[in-house]
Design a binder for this molecule. Structure first.
Ligand SMILES: *Cc1c(COP(=O)(O)O)cnc(C)c1O
Length: 435
């Protein structure tokens, strides 16, 4: 499969190049040249296939012959190595739990798939590639874990000192090996700015082969289709119209679901639920795409004012706003509404949501008011333990702490403390031999 830059349709690369580069040189996002259609028979018999086969079958056309079949089989089985349970929360409302992976966030899926692809593409290359990534919390852990011990790949993660949760910091800083955590005395935006500057620095490029692992990379975006297929497989026999509500920040996750629908997965409608960073809900209201400055909220992994993947969603609908609106609704919710939802769902149904999933739940409920005959699935994108410091206090004791988390707390943090200054990052990187 070839991919083109959304900034310039003439610029085309292979899957391999798109994965290694991340972003096109003109800063455009890569988009597949064709949108494959799955055979009707495959969808009709979905429940007969096992999840690993489904994963391989839906991703294969996006890769073509660039990864051999046995290798792809391995990558998909490492990606889908944990369960994606669907839990009934209340009648017609289900939570698709995406947090049973190694770092308890849905980003594990994309990070593991990308690590598998990049590891394969770089296997025979003597020069290591360095993944440089800034994180506000969840991405860093998933990337660190996914790339840990992948030969030929080193990872450098920048995170804002004192601004990630205690658990997130442990996930970032305790692996060692090919993973280095740089603790920056600044904000997430500072970290991101330093990473962006590094990608433009010629001198650094001479010493390093740099790539990024954020959600714009096609190898992180595409595998997120998997769990929409797996969820649909479980409820197909109900023969009801299915709506997915996705708590959205950079809009990569929902964009993958919408791609699955275009490939033939019968999803009736999508709801993009946001916190008060509401650029997309406003756009669907008034047709103006006008990002404000990002506002911090309890669902902080969605504090994004200008979602990178929204251009991909527009492209899926050939930029037709009418076609898009027929398939997508979008609503925003405040922190107060989010906390109330967490409390009332726990009180009434004994199901504990964390702030991101709760925003998804609220979006779903709002849509179901107008379409009560649909069955709704909201994506619960992280485990409540990851956000235990922002959960309502009286519910914190209800959080079940998974065994793998308990072990993490005993491990020792290893990080390099750096000032909020690009030159500090650069001199650290130039001084580290042979990375
Ligand atoms: C990253 C993240 C999101 C937002 O996903 P996008 O693909 O950026 O829209 C939602 N919830 C959690 C917990 C996340 O880490």
């Amino acid at each position: 499969m070839q991919y083109y830059s959304l900034q310039n349709p003439q610029h085309r690369v292979s899957f391999r190049e798109a994965v290694i580069q991340g972003l096109a040189p003109d800063k455009g996002l890569y988009f597949p040249m064709q949108l494959p259609r799955l055979e009707k028979d495959f969808i009709e018999r979905l429940e007969e296939y096992d999840p690993l086969y489904i994963g391989r079958h839906v991703i294969a056309p996006f890769i073509g012959d660039e990864i051999p079949e046995h290798q792809l089989k391995q990558i998909v089985s490492e990606t889908l190595s944990f369960p994606f349970p669907l839990r009934e929360v209340e009648p017609n409302v289900y939570a698709l739990e995406l947090f049973h992976g190694p770092t308890l966030a849905f980003k594990d899926v994309g990070a593991r798939f990308m690590a598998g692809c990049l590891g394969y593409f770089r296997k025979h290359d003597p020069r290591p590639v360095t993944v440089l990534v800034a994180t506000s919390g969840d991405t860093g852990g998933a990337v660190a874990n996914g790339f840990y011990n992948v030969p030929g790949v080193n990872v450098v993660i920048l995170y804002p000192s004192g601004k990630v949760s205690a658990l997130q910091e442990k996930q970032l800083t305790t692996l060692g090996g090919n993973i280095t955590a740089l603790e920056i005395q600044g904000t997430f935006d500072d970290c991101q700015r330093m990473v962006k500057t590094a990608f433009l620095d010629q001198e650094l490029q001479e010493q390093y082969l740099l790539t990024s692992a954020n959600s714009i990379n096609v190898a992180r975006w595409l595998p997120q289709m998997f769990y929409y297929f797996l969820a649909y497989r479980k409820i197909k026999q109900w023969k009801k119209d299915v709506v997915f509500a996705v708590p959205s920040g950079n809009f990569g996750n929902i964009c993958a679901g919408m791609l699955a629908a275009q490939m033939g997965l019968p999803i009736a409608h999508f709801v993009a639920a946001t916190n008060v960073n509401d650029t997309v809900p406003r756009f669907l209201q008034n047709g103006q795409y006008a990002p404000n400055a990002a506002v911090p909220t309890l669902s902080n992994a969605m504090d994004v004012a200008d979602p990178s993947n929204f251009v991909r969603i527009l492209q899926l609908f050939s930029k037709s706003e009418t076609a898009l609106k027929a398939k997508l609704s979008s609503y925003s919710f405040t922190d107060n509404e989010t906390v109330s939802a967490i409390e009332s769902v726990f009180a009434e149904h004994h199901y504990l949501m964390e702030p991101h999933g709760a925003v998804g739940y609220l979006g779903l409920k709002q849509y179901l008011q107008q379409s009560p005959n649909n069955v709704g699935i909201f994506l619960e994108t992280a485990h409540p333990v990851k956000f235990d410091d922002t959960m309502p206090e009286q519910l914190r004791s209800e959080i079940h702490v998974p065994e793998k988390v308990k072990q993490l707390y005993n491990r020792e943090k290893q990080s390099v403390l750096l000032p909020n200054d690009y030159e500090a990052l650069k001199s650290w990187m130039m001084a580290v031999p042979a990375r």
